[in-house]
Design a protein around this ligand. Structure first.
Ligand code: HEC
Ligand code: HEC
Length: 283
C-alpha cells in the first residue's frame, strides 16, 4: 500500500509485526482478524440495505406497470375494498345472499347507486333507499373508474345531457316512464312493497344512469331502446317539469288548472244539495 492509511493504524501494526516481537505479532494478528471480521459484517449490512432500497424503489413501479392501473382506479380499488367488497366480492363477482355481481354493470350503474346514496347498502330492505351520498364526487369517480376497468359495461356520457327536444321528451316519457313514475314524474307505488320514486330531485346524470342501468324493477333502456338523443329529450322534459314554478294552491294531483275549481264545485254542490234536502225534510 503506497497511500498512507490515516483511518487505521494498520501500517503501524504491520511495522510492529515486522519488528519481530512475538507477543506484539500475535496481538497485531488478532487485531487485524477482528478488523476483517468487522469489515465483513459492515459489508454484509451495506449489501442488505442497498438491496432493500433498490427493491423498494423498483418493485412497486414494476407492480403498477404490470396492472396498468391508473391513480383513480387504484383509489377506487381502495374504496371498493373498504366499503363494497363484503357484498360484491373481491373480483366484482358478487356474494351469494349479499349482493349481485357487478361485472358488466358499468360506471353508469355505479354512479346511479352511489350518487343517490343507495349504495353502500346499510340494511336489507325490499329496495335500496335513496339517502344522502356517502362518498364525495371525486370518490364516486374513482369507484366508477375501478368498476369500469375491471367489470366493463355501459359508460356515462359527460357534458350537457339536457339538450334534447322538449316536446319529443314529453311524448317519450308518457310512453316509457309514466306507467311507473306518473305523468309528471312524481312516482308511485308498485307491487310487493316496492315503489317508483319521484324524479324531482334526480340530476341529469342520475336520470341518464337510471335509464342505462335499470335499477330494481325498472327496465333497462339501452341505446337500442332509446337512442342517446331520445334520452336527452326525456331528461329535458323531466327537468323542465321539476323546475316549473309551483302554480300555487292545493296540488290535487296536478291534473290541471281546473283542479281547485272542480273540488270546490263538487264540495259546494254537495253542501247545497244537503241543505235543500234538509229544508225539504223539515217541511
Ligand atoms: C350490505 C351489502 C352491500 C354493500 C355493502 C354494497 N352493496 Fe351494492 N348491492 C347490494 C345489493 C343487495 C344490490 C341489489 C339491490 C338492488 O338491486 O337494489 C346491490 C346493487 C348494486 C349495484 C347495481 C347492480 C346492477 O345490476 O345494476 C351497484 C352498481 C352496486 N350495488 C355498487 C355498490 C358499490 C359501489 C358499493 C360500495 C360503495 C356497494 N354496492 C356496497 C348490496 C350491497
Ligand atoms: C316498471 C316501472 C318503471 C318504469 C317503466 C320506469 N321506471 Fe324509473 N324507476 C323504477 C323503480 C322501481 C325505481 C327505483 C329503483 C331503486 O330504488 O333502486 C326507479 C328509479 C328511477 C330513477 C331514480 C330516481 C331517484 O332520484 O332516486 C330515475 C331517475 C328513473 N327511474 C327514471 C326513469 C325514466 C326516465 C324512465 C323512462 C325512460 C323510467 N324511469 C321508467 C321503475 C320504473
Amino acid at each position: 500500500m503506497s497511500i498512507p492509511n490515516t483511518q487505521s493504524d494498520a501500517p503501524l501494526d504491520e511495522a510492529e509485526s515486522a519488528s519481530g516481537n512475538p507477543v506484539r505479532r500475535a496481538r497485531a494478528r488478532r487485531r487485524s482478524k477482528q478488523r476483517r471480521r468487522m469489515a465483513n459484517v459492515a459489508g454484509l449490512l451495506l449489501a442488505l440495505v442497498l438491496t432493500g432500497a433498490t427493491y423498494s424503489v423498483f418493485a412497486p413501479a414494476q407492480a403498477a406497470e404490470d396492472d396498468n392501473e391508473s391513480a383513480a382506479e387504484a383509489a377506487g380499488r381502495q374504496l371498493y375494498e373498504h366499503s363494497c367488497i363484503t357484498c360484491h366480492g373481491s373480483n366484482l363477482q358478487g356474494v351469494e345472499g349479499r349482493g349481485p355481481s357487478l361485472i358488466g354493470v358499468g360506471e353508469a350503474a355505479v354512479y346511479f347507486q352511489v350518487h343517490t346514496g343507495r349504495m353502500p347498502l346499510t340494511r336489507q330492505s325490499s329496495q335500496g333507499l335513496d339517502k344522502p351520498a356517502v362518498f364525495s364526487d371525486e370518490e364516486i369517480d374513482q369507484l366508477m373508474a375501478y368498476v369500469q376497468a375491471n367489470g366493463g359495461g355501459p359508460t356515462l356520457p359527460s357534458g350537457d345531457l339536457r339538450d334534447g327536444d322538449l316536446a319529443a321528451g314529453g311524448e317519450l316519457f308518457r310512453l316509457n316512464c309514466a306507467s311507473c313514475h306518473n305523468f309528471v314524474g312524481e312516482g308511485g307505488a308498485l307491487s310487493s312493497g316496492k315503489w317508483a320514486p319521484s324524479l324531482r330531485d334526480a340530476n341529469d346524470r342520475t336520470i341518464y344512469a337510471a335509464m342505462l342501468s335499470g335499477p330494481e324493477n325498472m327496465p333497462v333502456f339501452g341505446d337500442n331502446q332509446l337512442t342517446p338523443e331520445q334520452k336527452r329529450s326525456i331528461i329535458n322534459y323531466v327537468q323542465t317539469v321539476a323546475e316549473q314554478a309551483d302554480p300555487g294552491g292545493a296540488g290535487v294531483g296536478r291534473i290541471g288548472p281546473v283542479a281547485e275549481g272542480l273540488v270546490i264545485w263538487v264540495v259546494g254542490i254537495s253542501a247545497l244539495m244537503f241543505g235543500i234536502f234538509w229544508m225539504g225534510s223539515k217541511a
